[in-house]
Design a protein around this ligand. Structure first.
Ligand code: PLP
Length: 387
């Protein structure tokens, strides 16, 4: 049976060119980039070429780009170090700067970090979203106060795919002199991004979400922000992030970003057309099916559904048996009874939230294979409803 992989938002499969580049990086750049000998200098040059390439593709300066082990580390670094930085500045300031604003639909790598910060004294505001997952400018304006230390809002949501108005939110933050971090892990490589054009101060991304390897990511830190390092140790990454760099990961991620952003308008329009066709087919053919998230302001490859009277875990298992790899969308909810915090924030009942199915389409999926899930879905859902 041919398998159809429709879980690219969890991890996308690597481009074949990425594997070639990574192998070459291991062969030619095996030495430590911090070593002074010729082999080390070769690795160093390759690393800086990778940094330069990624900076050009994301439209920022290479001095503003730091490599990490992925989105989770980038988010932890950004939030924990912004908090530390603001606390040390706070004592010489009239304002306490002990207030943090995040959206209520952030990834757990943000929400659990914020929980730690609140245990250390941070006062946290969770911005609400509307029923399609959008954050309004007004709610940010109302939440900002002279004590606000920083704001973190994701660029695009990993479950429902809604894309947030980051540029507008950045403008509002900057009018009040507040820094904005955005978790662009789902957006980078899936839609055009120019950091220069975006009004954000820090931005996280991760290689395995756009056809690159796992275990590599990055954090953009706008020039002039002296963010304390998070991992302490050696002086790698210009003293900002200790640990020997993952050279093959960096070069694999650079190659993946190059491929996914070449002709990105055309590619994302193509994926979006397949996605829209899938949504139309599901909503027309499957009774009691509902689309979650925003109809237009969403990641090109994301389709997220709820089904009346269905247990999402059972649905995923039967789809797997039928050859389709999909997800409920929520990392926390797989294998646990926990209901997605994102769907809760949308005002969806616990029972309905348990029926979630996320289909995330990637570069290698054809329209035919994506649409072939619809009759299987109908069959499985009809069977499950009879039980
Ligand atoms: N942020 C978002 C929005 C994500 O979707 C993910 C991964 O699912 C992460 C952060 C964590 O990234 P990583 O898996 O690279 O640690």
């Amino acid at each position: 049976m041919k398998r159809v992989y429709l879980d690219h938002a969890a991890t996308s499969n690597p481009y074949p060119e990425v594997l070639d580049v990574m192998r070459k990086a291991w062969e030619e750049g095996y030495a430590n980039p911090s070593s002074v000998h010729r082999e080390g200098q070769t690795a160093r040059r390759m690393l800086e070429e990778g940094r330069e390439a990624i900076a050009n593709l994301l439209d920022c300066s290479s001095e503003e780009l730091f490599f990490t082990s992925g989105g989770t580390e980038s988010n932890n670094w950004a939030l924990r170090s912004l908090w530390k930085m603001m606390q040390s500045q706070g004592s010489s300031n009239a304002h306490k700067r002990d207030h943090i604003i995040v959206s209520s639909i952030e990834h757990p790598s943000i929400l659990r970090t914020v929980k730690d910060l609140s245990d250390s004294g941070a006062k946290v505001t969770f911005l609400p979203v509307d029923f399609q997952g959008l954050i309004s400018s007004e709610s940010l304006e109302n939440a900002l106060s002279p004590d606000t230390s920083f704001v973190s809002v994701m660029y695009a949501n990993n479950e429902i795919g809604t894309v947030e108005p980051i540029k507008e939110l950045g403008r509002i933050c900057h009018e009040k002199g507040v820094l904005l971090h955005t978790d662009a892990v789902q957006a980078a490589g899936a839609m055009p991004i120019s950091i220069r054009d975006l009004d954000c101060d820090l931005l996280s991304f991760s290689g395995h979400k756009f056809g690159g390897p796992k275990g590599i990511g990055g954090l953009f830190i706008r020039k002039g922000i002296d963010l304390p390092s998070f991992l302490t140790g050696g002086e790698q990454e210009y003293g900002h992030r200790a640990g020997t760099q993952n050279l093959s990961g960096v070069l694999g991620m650079a190659e993946a970003l190059k491929i996914s952003t070449t002709d990105i308008e055309k590619k994302s329009a193509n994926i979006k057309a397949i996605r829209n066709h899938l949504i139309e087919e599901v909503l027309t053919n499957i009774p009691g099916s509902h689309l979650c998230g925003h109809p237009d302001l969403r990641l090109p490859g994301n389709a997220h559904f709820l089904f009346d009277d269905i247990d999402g875990e059972a649905l995923l298992l039967y789809l797997n048996l039928a050859g389709f790899a999909c997800s409920s969308g929520s990392a926390c909810s797989s294998g646990s009874t926990e209901v997605s915090h994102v769907l809760k924030a949308l005002g969806i009942s616990d029972q309905k939230a348990r029926s979630a199915l996320r289909i995330s389409i990637g570069y290698e999926n054809t329209e035919e294979e994506v649409l072939s899930i619809v009759p299987e879905l109908l069959r499985i859902i009809t069977d499950l409803r009879k039980r």
